[in-house]
Design a protein around this ligand. Structure first.
Ligand code: MN
Length: 241
């Protein structure tokens, strides 16, 4: 290798290194206020005891769901990010909103397990052991978009019931401020570039079988009506802003 070839090769390496750094400095789309702290992520404590949602959601389901499923999402996400130092300083919302910029070797893992961590961190506080009525202001705002409160409830639970396989049903505030009901497969969510409707989730229900199978087996609709009565409308209203 002569001097010129050597310098050209060195330049190519330097360019590669510069490109590799690019994700850190490019502006990221800020999808939502952060919900999950920063890397290394930790399993958040439930905002109520495991048995608090009985009888609608049984204690064993809550324990397996939180200590088993959610903990595994957190651990696998951390393992993947350990390999990606350039992405460790991003919030989880930024990572999920920019999945296409994550190296392909780790993208699916971050999509599934980062999504899993975000979705469950969102889900626990959207439930409450103290049954609540939505405020009149919230009912009015939602009725304005869906015709009536009953129509909204019907459309939301119907979307959840019809979702094929595992996934989530969401009420999303889109960037234009419109409210829309949508579902996502697996651990996807509306922050991700793959979502049919992107926006900030203000309500979401886990429709994976692991969320209800021990108590309800295949009776998803029964689980959905029980969960509806546990929804924390105060939090929905706060998230709506
Ligand atoms: Mn789940």
């Amino acid at each position: 290798m002569d001097r010129r070839t050597f310098l050209a090769a060195l330049g190519a390496i330097a360019l590669k290194a510069w490109r590799w750094k690019a994700p850190e400095t490019e502006p990221f789309f800020l999808a939502a206020p952060t919900l999950t702290g920063s890397y290394p992520y930790e399993l958040p404590a439930l905002p109520y005891p495991y048995e608090a949602l009985e009888p609608a959601i049984d204690t064993q389901t809550m324990k397996v769901h939180h200590q088993g499923h959610h903990a595994a999402y957190v651990n696998t996400l951390n393992k993947a990010l350990a390999d990606l130092p350039a992405f460790q300083s991003l919030s989880l919302e930024e990572l999920l909103a920019n999945l296409e910029k994550i190296p392909q070797t780790h993208r699916t893992t971050i999509r599934n397990h980062g999504g899993g961590h975000w979705n469950h961190s969102f889900f626990w506080p959207i439930l409450t052991p103290k049954p609540q009525e939505p405020s009149l202001a919230l009912q009015k705002r939602i009725s304005a978009e869906f015709g009536s409160w009953a129509a909204f409830r019907g459309q939301f639970l119907d979307a959840a019931a019809r979702l094929f396989g595992s996934g989530w049903v969401w009420l999303v505030k889109t960037p234009s401020g419109k409210l829309q009901i949508t579902t996502t497969p697996n651990q996807d969510n509306p922050l991700m570039p793959y979502a049919e409707i992107r926006g900030t989730p203000v309500l979401g229900i886990d429709v994976w079988e692991h969320a209800y199978y021990l108590k309800y087996q295949n009776r998803r609709v029964e689980y959905l009506s029980a969960v509806w009565n546990l929804l924390n409308w105060e939090r929905v209203e706060t998230l709506l802003g």
